[in-house]
Design a protein around this ligand. Structure first.
Ligand SMILES: *Cc1c(COP(=O)(O)O)cnc(C)c1O
Length: 400
């Protein structure tokens, strides 16, 4: 089977792609290679592998066969020429940023990036004399104006965490390239099956593999893909020396999880749409955020750049955090935890999950109500999830 064949669908690729070269002894599954180092009796061969003239592995911080198989699968799904992986999603983000940025550079980004990413922008980069401008996420005119002032990097995330805002990747990438800036996009919420930022003009696509790619909340990892081999090579080199390497066991779990990515995502998207509509019809619910809803501010952009609208939604209940305290513990079919994209439904208030590092004032400035609940739809039967929400909402006492 030709796994790179364009005629083969992404669904089939998530099952087969990237694995063939890593199978040994007739095994049908990629082995977990725990070995830290790789031995060579022939000194010349060792030298050639070490300088990259010949394929092979030297030391586990640099490369590993299990890790490579995982990188290959994601690379093929993103339709990219090159990919490199990391110990976590945050390592993917920080290593990529620090590879391309230097003192005096300017970054244009959005206010709604993932909480950890936001910390890098507000705390770590300014320390290195790198200027970061955070635009209103859905204000495309403002983002364009800031890009036009000149920047080294445009950093986007779409949909965002936790209010699932959407930015027009194609339109903004075009503007960034006019001023010679690189474009990085965090594609964690969409996955390669729903959105391909490289096709929309991005130079680098970033994933926290911990979330939907792995899908089982049992392994941390991150990955970046690009059609610019030199860019990935530079990022790989930074990561190799910096030491934020993906563990082979985690790589195996992520690889295994990805075989069912299409099944999970399809179920999660379908259920998220139904649950969003259910929530909209509830008296206790003040506001529902889901890009699939026609009422979502950037529904038209989501429709243009995504195949489906994803498995993440959020909603605010009347009565704020007091109401959240009442109903959230009553949910029976949800983990109350700081994770998302798993097979089990996972819920949490934004103030204890994605934006726990922010002050209430900072959250308010980001448009995150204190009573906002992030709801990552799992693969359970959708009617069961709706019934579960219904029974939990009965515990919200009348606050009128
Ligand atoms: C979780 C997440 C990250 C960070 O990934 P880790 O694997 O937890 O380090 C980055 N971006 C987004 C959008 C995320 O949801």
């Amino acid at each position: 089977m030709q796994h790179n064949n364009k005629d083969v669908s992404k669904e089939t690729k998530s099952v087969w792609a990237g694995e063939k070269d890593y199978l040994v002894h007739g095994a049908t599954q990629v082995p977990v290679v725990h070995s830290v180092s790789y031995g060579y009796d022939d000194i010349d061969e060792w030298f050639e592998v070490a300088i990259g003239k010949r394929k092979g592995h030297i030391y586990g911080r640099n490369t590993n066969p299990t890790v490579e198989a995982f990188e290959e699968k994601v690379r093929i799904l993103e339709g990219a020429k090159s990919a490199t992986s990391f110990s976590t999603g945050m390592a993917a983000i920080s290593n990529s940023l620090l590879t391309v940025l230097k003192p005096g550079d300017r970054v244009v980004t959005i206010k709604d990036t993932y909480g950890g990413t936001n910390k890098i922008f507000s705390e770590f980069l300014p320390r290195l004399n790198i200027d970061v401008y955070c635009c209103d996420t859905t204000n495309h005119e403002q983002i364009k104006q800031e890009i036009a002032k000149g920047c080294t990097l445009l950093y986007l995330e779409s949909p965002t965490n936790p209010t699932v805002k959407i930015t027009d990747i194609e339109q903004l990438a075009k503007e960034a390239h006019k001023v010679g800036a690189l474009v990085f996009v965090d594609n964690t919420f969409a996955t390669p099956l729903l959105q391909n930022p490289l096709e929309l003009g991005a130079d680098l696509v970033i994933h926290s593999a911990t979330k939907f790619l792995g899908g089982h909340a049992d392994a941390l990892g991150g990955i970046v893909c690009s059609n610019d081999r030199d860019l990935v090579e530079k990022i790989y080199h930074y990561r190799e020396i910096n030491g934020a390497t993906l563990d082979p066991m985690a790589a195996y779990l992520l690889l295994r999880g990805m075989k069912t990515l299409h099944l999970r995502i399809n179920q999660q998207c379908e259920s998220a749409m139904k649950i969003a509509r259910f929530l909209q019809a509830q008296d206790v619910v003040e506001e529902v955020f889901y890009p699939g809803l026609e009422t979502h501010v950037n529904h038209h952009i989501a429709k243009k750049q995504m195949k489906q609208f994803g498995g993440m939604l959020s909603f605010a209940v009347k009565g704020g955090i007091d109401s959240v305290r009442e109903f959230l513990p009553k949910l029976k079919l949800a983990n109350r935890a700081a994770n998302l994209g798993a097979v089990e439904t996972t819920v949490g208030p934004a103030r204890t999950t994605s934006h726990v590092e922010c002050t209430p004032e900072e959250r308010a400035a980001l448009g995150i109500p204190e009573g906002l609940v992030r709801y990552s739809v799992g693969i359970e039967n959708c009617d069961d999830l709706i019934d579960d929400l219904k029974q939990a909402f009965r515990y919200i006492t009348d606050k009128e």
